[in-house]
Design a binder for this molecule. Structure first.
Ligand SMILES: O=c1[nH]cnc2c1ncn2[C@@H]1O[C@H](CO)[C@@H](O)[C@H]1O
Ligand SMILES: [Zn+2]
Length: 444
């Protein structure tokens, strides 16, 4: 038979694959994946013609199969800034360290930084992410090569300047045209107004209009700190969520990151508009924003609550498994409720709700869905014993449990291996070093 695993060929796209595995509910199932990358059949035993059709058979007997994980808030190329500025106040961290260094970024930095980010995300079972950064044509190229799914936005910052707004509009329009030219179904452009405190209402309104015209997502930071909420009330006479709504920025196509300082009325508004919220617990704790996103209020209001890591400068990794655990324990700790955000809901946030937010399928392993699947090892200490796979994934496992990752049927990682990862580590380290040197030379 020719469907033995060959380590080189399995990474090529457009192969049909048969996984002999076990689902999160403990059911032994075979999953047949078509050449188009969709789940063709799920049943107890796939044999005969369909089995013969499979170019590869993956033995998942020592794994459990979860829907692929979705990271709904990243600044992927900030992997290059990992460890550059830690242990600081958020506003100083941004304005004194991060933005001055980002001013020296070039396209090549973003390319290698995003490649590194993709490897890191795949290693923790992530298949799709929502990214806001700069030089996004280079980010798109990196994502295309890695085979992941992504929604990409240019971080639109105008600080109230009309001239800056014009250049941000051009950058946004260029991204939409670049992504269209790529013609990759897994990559979409979005509009990315950075935050209500960095974009004037005119800019916010342009962004919401452009997102509507192009039927795209709108990705924004919202109510991360108490200071920004107070500043917004002083400057605009209303809380940030109200301001966004006034500018047309709240809809089912909105992904709002952080949302730590929303009040009850704002939660209700986000729910009413069908907004997706991205909870970023690690970043929030590291930057001591001092309040946890009101998870239960948002859920009760009908908002779509999802999970994100934020960038590597405030996290400092893109490990979505670590993020799930942190979300589940932070919510319990902060809201003093040991039953809040149980493991099953942490998984749901990271699969179904994330996929819904980004418009990438259902986030479920089901017939007809894109084959976005993570196989997690069961012959590893964090999965032993296996009373409840979801509990082990959220509370016990690290990314060393991730064995194999498929994104729309394409194998991105097999048996812990991702092709070409060594080169990416070397290039990203070199690029980061050059970036800091460029800044230091310019400063002197
Ligand atoms: O936690 C955060 N709060 C606000 N801005 C952030 C955070 N993390 C990264 N960025 C900044 O967002 C822009 C992306 O377009 C970048 O300037 C990045 O440094
Ligand atoms: Zn962010």
């Amino acid at each position: 038979m020719s469907n033995e695993i060959n380590e080189t060929d399995i990474f090529s796209s457009n192969s049909s694959v048969l996984i002999r595995g076990t689902l999160l509910n403990g059911k032994r199932q075979d999953i047949f994946i078509t050449e188009e990358g969709n789940i063709g059949e799920i049943s107890e035993s796939i044999s005969g013609e369909l089995k013969n059709e499979a170019e590869f058979i993956i033995d998942g007997s020592k794994t459990v199969a979860s829907p692929g994980f979705v990271n709904t808030h990243t600044h992927a190329a900030m992997t290059l800034l990992r460890g550059y500025a830690d242990d600081m106040h958020l506003q100083e961290w941004l304005s004194e360290k991060i933005w001055p260094l980002e001013a020296h970024l070039c396209g090549e930095d973003v390319y290698w930084g995003t490649k590194l980010a993709c490897i890191e995300m795949i290693k923790s079972g992530t298949v799709a992410f929502n990214d806001m950064y700069f030089f996004m044509d280079e980010a798109a190229k990196a994502v295309d090569e890695c085979g992941m799914k992504a929604v990409l936005s240019h971080g639109f910052i105008d600080f109230g300047s009309e001239e800056k707004r014009e250049s941000e509009i051009k950058a946004t329009e260029k991204l939409f045209s670049d992504v269209k030219k790529m013609n990759n179904q897994k990559i979409r452009a979005a509009v990315g107004p950075h935050a209500p405190y960095t974009v004037a209402p005119e800019g916010l309104s342009w962004c919401s209009e452009y997102a509507k015209e192009n039927d795209s997502l709108l990705h924004i930071h919202l109510s991360e700190t108490e200071t920004e909420v107070k500043d917004c009330v002083n400057q605009h006479g209303m809380k940030p969520a109200k301001l966004l709504d006034k500018c047309g920025c709240l809809s089912e196509n909105t992904v709002a990151a952080h949302c730590c300082w929303l009040d009850d009325e704002e939660c209700a508004l986000l729910g009413k508009r069908g907004v997706s919220v991205s909870h970023n617990p690690v970043s929030n704790m590291k930057l001591a924003v001092n309040r946890a996103m009101p998870y239960q209020q948002l859920i009760d209001a009908g908002a779509n609550v999802t999970l994100g890591t934020d960038g590597c400068s405030s996290n400092n990794n893109l490990d979505i498994l670590e993020e799930m655990k942190t979300a589940a324990i932070l919510q319990k700790f902060f809201w003093n409720s040991d039953t809040l955000l149980p493991a099953h809901e942490a998984i749901k946030m990271t699969t179904e709700s994330g996929a819904k937010a980004l418009g990438f399928g259902t986030g479920k392993i089901e017939t007809g869905a894109p084959a976005d699947i993570v196989l997690l090892k069961t012959n590893i200490s964090c999965m032993t014993p296996l009373y409840n796979p979801e509990s082990n994934i959220v509370y016990a496992c690290g990314s060393n449990a991730v064995d194999t990752v498929l994104c729309s049927g394409r194998v991105l990682m097999y048996d812990g291996n991702i092709p070409g990862e060594e080169e990416v580590y070397q290039k990203a380290a070199e690029t980061a070093f050059n970036l800091v040197n460029r800044k230091e030379n310019a400063d002197n």
